[in-house]
Design a protein around this ligand. Structure first.
Ligand code: GLN
Length: 473
């Protein structure tokens, strides 16, 4: 009820696309009944959360913030939704986002703009903007998001909360409406690393319905384990205990933090640089050692991503043809006309732009010049990370080059794409990345605006990231 009251009181923030008051109260009552019956409760039992509207949910609308899916209801739950349900959470509803998760400001939603609670004239980031706002404004305790090129990390940074994009394959993509399938990952957003760990622990696990979900994960000690809920919690407990026993005052003793010089160059605003440098000093004070590393192809991750992601999107979004689900044009002359009108009416401008770019780079004659080259560079970007991880355990740097900008202040899509520079590399490599709040901008703003620190780990090292984030907070 508290969550529902807060959501109603802050409806102007545009965080929710759908609130399920009845369902939430019933789930909360069921959690109360479990407690009254003396049943063992898990840490998420009865906790109010909400899902990005890109996860399908049985009995609730799912739109991906697109007109194309207006009125659509899925006959099943996404795996991540089902896993959290099994952990006892109370789902309060569906959260606003950029249409089909394409964007970084939540300005591409077909339904509403989401507003940054720190300054409601500013963007909360995106595409998981509603997910970030709902946590930052304390509407619910935690939310789910998805991250294809930064959509969990960047809105977390711009709203002063914590978010983690897991290693590609840690969480099932089944029931997550596909944007760019080789990049999409689900992940949690919450106030702290500790809360993110509880969520991620319940959301992760192999799923035979997602061909790219991983059967095994590599633990922090190098051994292999089955990918299932509970693994991260155990790893985190082990890491925390070891740190406690070794050196209470320096929980990050022995951790080598790589500082990539390409993440601290021009284009990063002074306030973000200052907060990030202060965060590095704090990591050092906690016992970590800083090491200089290089990720030489950082800049190339922008053209590489903006070829690969639209290519996959153009293919994935071909299913929205007006036949099987969602919007269908009212008047048309034949089948092709129906497709054309349905898609022209149903998709917003950014989605159309991506479909056209994607179709272009995949077309005969351009495939070799663009798509194939991008794939080769993608591999080299992943290799650069492996070279860096020879000398460090985690990589630290900014999440976004600036604090949250004003709503409506960016009309050039290319400029918008450039702001993804620090989140795209880990996405292309499939590595886990986290954003933890590390300070505020004080550069003459009316209100302080949050800044996030990004921590990137090697494959499956989520527990290490979460442990570092926890110590840092
Ligand atoms: N901003 C990036 C894009 O527009 C990332 C989006 C995402 O991660 N879903 O593609």
């Amino acid at each position: 009820q508290h969550a529902l009251d807060r959501i109603a009181a802050h409806a102007d923030l545009g965080a929710f696309l759908h609130v399920d008051a009845d369902g939430a109260l019933a789930a909360a009552a069921a959690a109360d009944a479990r407690r009254a019956a003396g049943q063992a409760l898990g840490p998420l039992d009865g906790v109010p959360i909400a899902h990005k509207d890109i996860f399908v949910t049985q009995g609730l609308p799912t739109t991906a913030a697109s007109k194309m899916l207006k009125g659509y209801q899925s006959p099943f739950d996404a795996t991540v939704v089902a896993q959290l349900k099994a952990a006892g959470v109370v789902n309060v509803g569906k959260l606003n986002c950029d249409e089909f998760a394409m964007g970084g400001a939540n300005e591409n939603s077909a339904y509403a703009k989401a507003r940054n609670p720190w300054d409601t004239g500013r963007i909360p980031g995106g595409s998981s903007g509603g997910s970030a706002v709902a946590v930052a404004a304390r509407l619910v305790s935690a939310t789910t998001g998805t991250d294809t090129g930064g959509s969990i990390r960047q809105p977390a940074a711009l709203t002063g909360i914590t978010g983690i994009k897991p290693t590609y394959g840690r969480c099932s993509r089944f029931g997550m409406i596909a944007f760019a399938s080789s990049l999409d990952q689900a992940g949690p957003m919450a106030r702290t690393a500790e809360d993110c760990a509880l969520m991620l622990d319940a959301m992760s696990g192999f799923d035979e319905r997602d061909a790219t979900s991983a059967e095994q994960v590599r633990l922090h000690d190098g051994t292999l384990a089955a990918n299932r809920p509970g693994v991260i919690g155990r790893e985190l407990a082990a890491l925390s205990l070891a740190a406690q026993l070794a050196d209470k005052a320096h929980p990050l003793a022995g951790l080598r933090v790589g500082v990539p010089k390409e993440f601290f160059g021009e284009g990063v605003s002074a306030d973000v640089l200052a907060a990030t440098r202060a965060a590095l000093a704090q990591l050092e004070a906690l016992g970590a050692t800083l090491v200089d590393v290089s990720l030489p192809r950082t800049e190339l991750s922008i053209p590489v991503y903006y070829i690969i992601a639209p290519a996959e999107a153009s293919s994935n979004l071909s299913r929205f043809d007006g036949v099987k689900f969602g919007h269908r044009a009212q008047k048309y002359s034949d089948l092709n006309d129906m497709y054309r009108k349905t898609r022209a009416e149903g998709f917003g401008p950014e989605v159309k732009r991506r479909i056209m770019i994607g179709a272009y780079v995949l077309s005969h004659g351009y495939y070799d010049a663009y798509y194939l080259q991008a794939q080769k560079l993608r591999r080299m970007i992943a290799d650069d990370f492996q070279a860096a991880f020879q000398v460090c355990d985690v990589i630290a740097g900014p999440v976004a080059p600036t604090v949250a900008r004003e709503i409506g202040s960016q009309t050039d899509p290319l400029q918008e794409y450039l702001a993804d520079i620090f989140t795209l590399p880990a996405s292309l490599a499939g590595l886990p990345g986290m954003s933890v709040p590390c300070g505020f901008s004080d550069s003459g703003l009316q209100r302080p605006l949050p800044i996030g620190l990004q921590l990137i780990g090697n494959y499956w090292q989520e527990a290490r990231l979460l442990h570092a984030g926890q110590a840092f907070q």
